[in-house]
Design a protein around this ligand. Structure first.
Ligand SMILES: Cc1cc2nc3c(=O)[nH]c(=O)nc-3n(C[C@H](O)[C@H](O)[C@H](O)COP(=O)(O)O)c2cc1C
Length: 424
């Protein structure tokens, strides 16, 4: 691991010698010793969080076929590196929607992040802003978008299509007023998925104030005191703040049910209305089929995130990596991004080679926030940046634009002579 991985952009300067900066420096050292890759955060988060919460974050749907497939898809591709290239000018910045970011990845939208980490959405957004990468705030967040944007200007916002279109348009107006530039609409969620793992683990929103919740608190004191009770004492009962233009349901309630249904009728006409109303960059998240990418392009959408929602929607949905080339071709001038299962710098480079411009990371950032707050997320971002930098050097490239399919080989290819002309 290089120094870049251990010292995030927002770490206190070494000469600053206040007790606070010394504490921060010690925390950085601890994080650097314990967490050497994004996967290292998961077992630590499992110990820190109550079982229902960890299960909600780490889990997927039904048989977990897509969750597993997302990792397997990366193994299908291998690199064909170039050697003796002067790689001393490596840089990994990328331009998305008129803004330059310092790395080709960002943080995916994740609901109720403020339940797994204290002020979870804010710590993710601040760490991302400090590191110069995008973070997408979820419409299922427990912190108001206005508060997150005040802490981290430039944060993107994710919405679902609202079952009531007027309510959806009112939300779009609120998003614009909050100063968001990029609106992501998630379109893979027409109906509620079969997340039986949530039932098995006892997870539900709103949370019920019952003996189980009490037991979870007693058996996970660091989470109970450092996240849950600290939130209640300092900020009151969290609510779903960004589902619509007004405030949504409380997080803990006896008699309230969150109703996710009623979106079955929404189609491209609904999206058309959103496009007409929203003047900023519009991104569709959850696209897998090239024809949907084409349709989005015809409607004036600016970008797509090829995604199976981290395996959390339709179980058995194809892994983004497998459809990326076809979607990229259909997308034309739209910006193509991807998420689901990205854990390594090499994963990111494979997606770029297959047509993505950038990718998003979900669960590991949530786990990192649960363990280390803003410093944890900063460390996770620095780790991935550092991996990408080393991997680019070993691949023989200085700029992301040099990465294309000619640097990849499909795993079933038996020897180099079977690789087509692309190798030239
Ligand atoms: C805990 C959790 C909550 C999520 N909430 C949302 C959400 O509110 N909106 C959304 O579009 N996607 C949501 N997602 C999906 C992520 O945005 C992303 O597609 C997925 O996590 C990427 O896969 P990965 O976790 O394997 O990196 C959520 C994912 C997780 C793990």
């Amino acid at each position: 691991m290089t120094a870049a991985a251990t010292v995030p952009a927002n770490a206190a300067p070494a000469h600053a010698d206040t007790p606070r900066s010394q504490r921060a420096a010690r925390q950085q050292q601890r994080l650097a010793r314990r967490f050497l890759s994004l996967d290292d955060f998961e077992p630590a988060a499992q110990r820190r969080l109550p079982r229902p919460l960890f299960g909600y974050v780490a889990g997927a749907t039904e048989t977990n076929a897509s969750l597993q497939g997302n990792r397997e898809a990366f193994a299908q591709w291998q690199f064909v590196p170039r050697v003796l290239v002067n790689v001393s000018a490596r840089e990994q910045s990328v331009e998305l929607f008129g803004r330059r970011y310092e790395a080709p990845f960002g943080i995916a939208p994740m609901g109720i992040s403020a339940l797994t980490a204290y002020r979870g959405d804010i710590v993710q957004a601040r760490a991302a802003a400090q590191a110069g990468v995008p973070m997408v705030l979820s419409s299922s967040a427990l912190i108001r978008m206005e508060d997150v944007l005040a802490e981290a200007p430039g944060t993107w916002f994710q919405a679902y299509l609202a079952r009531d279109l007027d309510a959806g348009l009112a939300l779009v107006d609120r998003v614009a007023k909050a100063g968001v530039d990029v609106l992501v609409i998630t379109v893979d969620s027409a109906v509620v998925p079969n997340r039986e793992n949530n039932a098995r683990n006892g997870f539900k929103t709103p949370l019920r104030p019952d003996l189980r919740l009490l037991w979870d608190g007693l058996t996970h004191p660091r989470w109970a005191l450092g996240t849950f009770l600290r939130t209640l004492v300092r900020h009151g009962m969290p609510h779903f703040e960004n589902v619509e233009a007004g405030r949504g349901a409380p997080l803990v309630a006896k008699d309230v049910t969150r109703d996710f249904s009623g979106r079955e009728h929404l189609d491209w006409d609904a999206l058309k209305l959103m496009r007409q109303r929203w003047r900023g960059a519009l991104v569709l998240k959850g696209i897998c089929h090239p024809q949907d990418a084409r349709r989005a392009r015809e409607l004036g959408v600016d970008g797509v995130i090829v995604s199976n929602h981290g395996g959390r929607q339709l179980d058995g949905t194809v892994s983004p990596l497998r459809v990326l080339p076809a979607v990229a071709e259909a997308a034309g001038s739209m910006t193509v991004m991807a998420d689901s299962g990205f854990r390594r710098g090499t994963d990111v480079l494979k997606a770029l080679a297959l047509g993505a411009k950038s990718v998003f990371i979900g669960r590991p950032m949530n786990h990192a926030a649960a363990i280390g707050g803003e410093a944890g997320v900063a460390h996770a971002i620095a780790l991935l940046k550092s991996e990408i930098r080393a991997d680019m050097g070993l691949l023989g490239v200085n700029h992301l634009a040099e990465i294309g399919p000619e640097l990849l080989s499909r795993r079933q290819d038996r020897c180099l002579s079977t690789i087509p002309e692309t190798l030239g």
